[in-house]
Ligand binder design. Structure first.
Ligand code: ADP
Ligand code: MG
Length: 647
């Protein structure tokens, strides 16, 4: 704005404004011509309903005429973009309303500073200026009072400070004394007079004749038309000669802290409702965190098992579950055939059976493994006391037995080393050749010391009565050629059996099986998380829509003091983000708790990873932004005049 320019500041010509409600159209302004120059102090008077506020809203760029021309500082207002309108509201106009329209729950300083926030003025500078203004307006000792702690006159002075915050070259006061007692009203009128003396252009709407007298010029409106004007100004020029670009300011960087504060206020205002609607986000995030942690734990378990048992083995087992097969059989002859294959270092046949063991008066049931002398090397499991049975025992099917430590301890509680003693296995006397090294429980929690080992032939002839094998374990010399060897094993057995009545398993296959389970679990996780986040997103949208409805007046105030549509959109998006982020944080905590619970109660392996937690939070926050967008856009598109009229 150029002071002292030869064009009038405000020039309305033939301004009309009609409101259409359904099929009814009301003409409120019916062709207003009005020119106001810089530094004028004008009172607009007229009966209630004559269109004064409508005129003010048009002048202050809160509303647009239906037809006619409004030139501000020589430029056609209808051509201003939304951002330019917001900038002018923020930096040039200062609104003072009859009902003050301060933000509730925010102190005097913060209320006065609002236009400066949207102008991107640093907090320190803002505070200095608001303090100085409020001090000048006699509110030095009320800086940290919220509107409900201030009288009407004090609130109106805060709103005047707000109007002056960014300069307030044009003060638009719509019945500023209407709600005040006469003393406070007189004080406000004195203030407006002083501002006019200082060079502010003051436009005052009032139906109080005495108040109007304070103004230097009185314009009367009746039925949407100017019917009298005490100081008609006829300007020489109505248009600017050279188009002057408005000074561009950096877009008002909306303070993050303010958005955070109002988001927390929205959260805290109705904590139960908030908690309920955020449940979906909480569950979704928790599902992502917990399932990823369990999945990672399982993966590491498998890797650890692979590292512990090595990867240099192949297991062949009969397929007894396939109803189209006669029931698979694996024999010692099969094992011997496999032993001749290249790359096969050792072959360990085996067969499990349950036996009753008795020593003295103690009897117990145990799992007996019939196997070969290759057992200690194949399974890396030697004896602690005594020794393993010999190849001669094996060939002869001798009644010899190696005890697990737990079995030895129960059958021979008084002896450390029971080698050389006899036990009855299914009532047959067996010589104890040794006791296995203790191994403790396996990864599934079963006790591995609770078993006994006997020669395969002994198991077949004396305990089972069949030479069928439970499985054949092959140790390969070169792991790199494992697949090749596996293929050879398959071909050999298929040739011998004339069908595929067996399974071949190895660590790679086991890892693949776990990976498959995991991907199924990941699918389930994605579904749970997706559905929960969808429900949560709808919850966020619901909260934010209620928020926008409940805070319509606040939004109107923000737009009136110069917030752009982008500022409002950003604020509500940030609030949705904070809401969803809050739900996400609770969800992460819940997910961690579920993970810890799964680890302690169910004994699952759980590994928390920062990336998984970040991923879950990002998912929650993206949901917030996605579903908060519609309510935020609704807020940003509110009509400020209607929003301000909302109770
Ligand atoms: P004043 O401020 O002089 O009392 P207003 O400008 O507020 O008058 O309103 C003038 C007329 O326009 C009133 O009859 C009012 O009902 C009507 N009016 C104002 N705003 C709207 C609107 N948004 N929709 C419909 N009618 C409106
Ligand atoms: Mg009015």
């Amino acid at each position: 704005m150029t002071a002292g320019s030869d064009v009038p500041l405000i020039a309305l010509r033939g301004v009309r404004r009609a409101f259409t409600r359904g099929s009814v159209t009301t003409e409120v302004l019916c062709g207003v011509d009005l020119i106001i120059n810089r530094g004028e102090f004008v009172a607009i008077v007229g009966a209630s309903g004559s269109g004064k506020s409508t005129l003010m809203n048009i002048i202050g760029l809160l509303d647009r005429p239906t037809s006619g021309s409004y030139r501000f500082d020589g430029r056609e207002a209808g051509a201003f973009g939304r951002n330019e309108q917001a900038r002018l509201r923020r930096e040039v106009f200062g609104f003072i309303f009859q009902r003050y329209l301060l933000l509730p729950g925010v102190d005097a300083c913060a209320n006065a500073e609002l236009p400066a926030v949207y102008a991107g003025i640093p907090a320190g500078t803002r505070r200095q200026r608001s303090t100085a203004l409020l001090d000048r307006l006699g509110l030095a000792d009320r800086l940290d009072h919220t509107p409900d702690q201030l009288s009407g006159g004090q609130q109106q002075r805060v709103s005047i400070a707000r109007a002056l915050m960014n300069g307030g070259a044009v003060i638009l006061a719509d019945e500023p004394t209407g709600a005040l007692d006469s003393a406070s009203g007189a004080a406000v009128m004195t203030l407006l007079g002083e501002l006019a003396d200082e060079g502010h252009t003051v436009i005052l709407v009032t139906h109080d004749a005495q108040a109007a007298r304070a103004a230097r010029r009185v314009v009367e409106i009746r039925d949407g038309l100017v019917v009298s004007d005490s100081g008609e100004t006829i300007p020489a020029v109505l248009e600017r000669s050279g188009e002057q670009r408005p000074k561009r300011h950096a877009p008002g960087l909306f303070a993050l802290t303010e958005a955070l504060r109002s988001a927390f206020a929205a959260l805290a205002g109705n904590p139960f409702r908030t908690a309920l609607t955020l449940l979906g986000i909480v569950i979704g995030t928790a599902a992502v965190v917990a399932m990823l942690a369990i999945g990672e734990g399982t993966r590491r378990d498998v890797m650890a098992r692979a590292a512990a048992t090595g990867t240099d083995w192949i297991v062949v087992m009969p397929d007894n579950d396939n109803p189209t097969l006669p029931g698979g059989r694996l024999t010692l002859a099969d094992a011997e055939a496999l032993a001749t294959l290249p790359n096969v270092k050792a072959v360990t046949p085996g067969r499990w059976t349950t036996v009753t063991l008795t020593a003295g008066s103690t009897s117990l049931r145990s799992e007996a493994f019939g196997t070969s002398t290759a057992y200690p090397e194949t399974f890396q499991w030697g004896t602690r006391w005594g020794g393993f049975f010999t190849p001669a025992d094996e060939r002869a099917g001798a009644p010899v037995i190696v005890l697990g430590t737990a079995v030895a301890a129960r059958l021979f509680p008084d002896e450390e080393d029971p080698s050389g003693r006899y036990v009855l296995a299914n009532n047959i006397p067996f010589l104890v050749t040794g006791v296995l090294v203790p191994k403790g429980p396996d990864e599934r929690g079963t006790d591995r010391d609770d078993r006994v080992v006997v020669p395969l032939l002994t198991a077949a002839s004396r305990l089972i009565g069949s030479t069928d094998l439970g499985g054949i374990q092959l140790t390969v010399a070169d792991t790199a050629r494992l697949e090749e060897t596996k293929q050879l094993v398959r071909e050999t057995l298929r040739e011998r059996h004339r069908m595929e009545d067996f399974f071949i398993n190895d660590m790679a296959a086991r890892i693949a099986a776990v990976a498959e389970t995991q991907s199924a679990m990941a699918g389930l996780l994605a579904m749970i998380a997706g559905i929960s986040l969808l429900v949560g997103g709808i919850g966020v949208m619901n909260i934010m829509l209620m928020n926008v409805t409940e805070r319509t007046r606040e939004i109107g105030i923000r737009i009136a003091v110069g917030a752009s549509a982008a500022d409002i959109l950003r604020q509500f998006l940030l609030e949705a983000l904070v809401l969803a982020g809050g739900g996400g944080i609770v969800g992460v905590a819940l997910g961690l708790a579920i993970g810890v619970g799964a680890s302690f109660v169910l004994g699952l392996s759980v590994v928390f990873q920062l990336t998984a937690i970040v991923l879950a939070l990002v998912a929650a926050m993206s949901t917030g932004v996605l579903f908060g967008y519609m309510p935020a856009r609704r807020a940003a598109r509110l009509n400020p005049v209607e929003a301000l009229a909302r109770e």
